[in-house]
Design a protein around this ligand. Structure first.
Ligand SMILES: *Cc1c(COP(=O)(O)O)cnc(C)c1O
Length: 389
């Protein structure tokens, strides 16, 4: 490939841009993961990380992609044949459900039209109807990355409490943690699943489970086979800052730095920054005369915006034009949204000028690719950002 001048814009909704501070932290010699220095690092990370999940309980770290942490959440808490209630909010919820089937669980899927978050009313009826408590877990994707729709986890918890249902609550926050407000303890979540390469601003390769006291109890009776994912040897080794097998040492250097950056900025400020960029993006999209995939303003995602193309126009064609002409990667449509939407990632290490550059690339791409639209989207975002500086 010939050299392309200027910085590539990686505006997919994960992996996200890795800040220079994190890259430099990773760029150190790998240390002995059984040596004395490592335990100090491990304890520091494991302690700071809890604040990002807003929990007092343990968080475990796997050298794995987010999919691994999905499997850990299910296998540590459930037994073969257990019924789990899930919500088809989009592509990632569908993959998690397929995993549950392969693990010999019995998932019941509540549908959506992929244009909003989980249907809490339908979840509530399913829980109320389950007087025998056959449902052992409720699994929800907090931010559905394929659609840009957020599910209201506090409402899901409230529905479970109202039904007096003892099921565990398992939540995927892979594309929301450290971008959208998320409270493991306050919302009564039993297992939170997360990954390194989205809001946490790291390369791919680490994933996480935050674990409630009830979930810790469940692991003692849950009968799904597990070995690599078993929380117990992990938690045992973590007490002194170590791991039961070789950790992702250099990624942990990066994680330590990324968590410090998030806590320095302050989680509230991090969330407000993402909210502001998402609102500016939606204003640009509306000005172009295009439609946001998320149809319910209460469910708008602050980490990404999925944009629908007019009938007869190819979202993948537009993305290819933008990559070729302007050196920017945007997210593709997944599942039933293939070629119908493109996704703008505005999460992670991201500032106002990067957003304006991103929206500029989209607006130029719409013009070059001949997608019908009105100009002025970038201006609408400029007006909003400058008016709310
Ligand atoms: C990215 C993502 C996943 C998949 O994570 P991998 O790291 O690719 O295994 C799962 N769920 C959501 C919501 C995601 O955004």
């Amino acid at each position: 490939m010939p050299h392309v001048a200027g910085r590539h814009f990686l505006q997919i909704p994960g992996p996200t841009n890795v800040p220079d501070r994190v890259l430099r932290a990773i760029d150190h010699p790998t240390m002995d993961h059984r040596g004395p220095e490592f335990g100090v690092l491990g304890l520091e990370i494991l302690s700071n990380l809890r604040r990002v999940f807003q929990t007092e309980g343990p968080v475990v770290i796997y050298p794995a992609s987010g999919t691994g942490a999905w499997e850990a959440a299910l296998t540590n808490t459930l037994s073969p044949g257990d019924r789990v209630l899930m919500c088809r909010t989009g592509w990632f919820a569908t993959l998690w459900k397929e995993m549950a089937e392969r693990l010999s669980l019995d998932p019941v899927f509540i549908d959506t039209d992929w244009r909003r978050g989980a249907d809490v009313t339908a979840l509530a009826s399913a829980l109320t109807a389950d007087g025998a408590h056959r449902i052992k877990a409720v699994c929800v994707v907090h931010n559905e990355t394929s659609t840009g729709c957020v599910s209201q986890i506090a409402d899901v918890r409230a529905a479970m409490d109202a039904a007096k249902h003892p099921a565990l609550l398992l939540v995927d926050t892979i594309s929301s943690l450290a971008s959208i407000d998320y409270r493991h303890d306050a919302w009564g979540v039993d297992v939170t699943v997360a990954g390194s390469q989205k809001g946490l601003m790291l390369p791919p390769g680490l994933s996480f489970n935050a674990i409630s006291a009830r979930a810790l109890k469940a692991v003692e009776t849950a009968k799904l086979p597990r070995s690599y994912w078993d929380w117990r040897p992990m938690l045992e080794a973590n007490q002194t800052g170590y791991f039961p097998y070789t950790p992702g040492t250099n990624l942990l250097y990066g994680l330590n730095e990324a968590v410090k950056m998030l806590l320095d900025e302050g989680l509230e400020n991090v969330f407000a920054r993402h909210d502001r960029h998402a609102e500016a993006t939606r204003r640009a999209v509306r000005t172009w005369g295009l439609e946001v995939q998320c149809a319910d303003p209460l469910h708008y995602s602050s980490s990404l915006t999925a944009v629908r193309l007019p009938e007869g126009h190819s979202a993948d064609g537009l993305r290819a034009t933008i990559l070729r002409k302007f050196n920017m990667s945007l997210g593709n449509g997944l599942g039933i949204l293939k070629d119908r939407v493109f996704r703008i990632g505005h999460l992670g290490d991201f500032g106002d000028l990067q957003l304006i550059g991103t929206l500029g690339g989209v607006e130029m791409g719409l013009r070059v690719a001949g997608v019908p639209h009105k100009p002025g989207g970038v201006q609408a975002a400029v007006d909003y950002l400058a008016g709310n500086a």
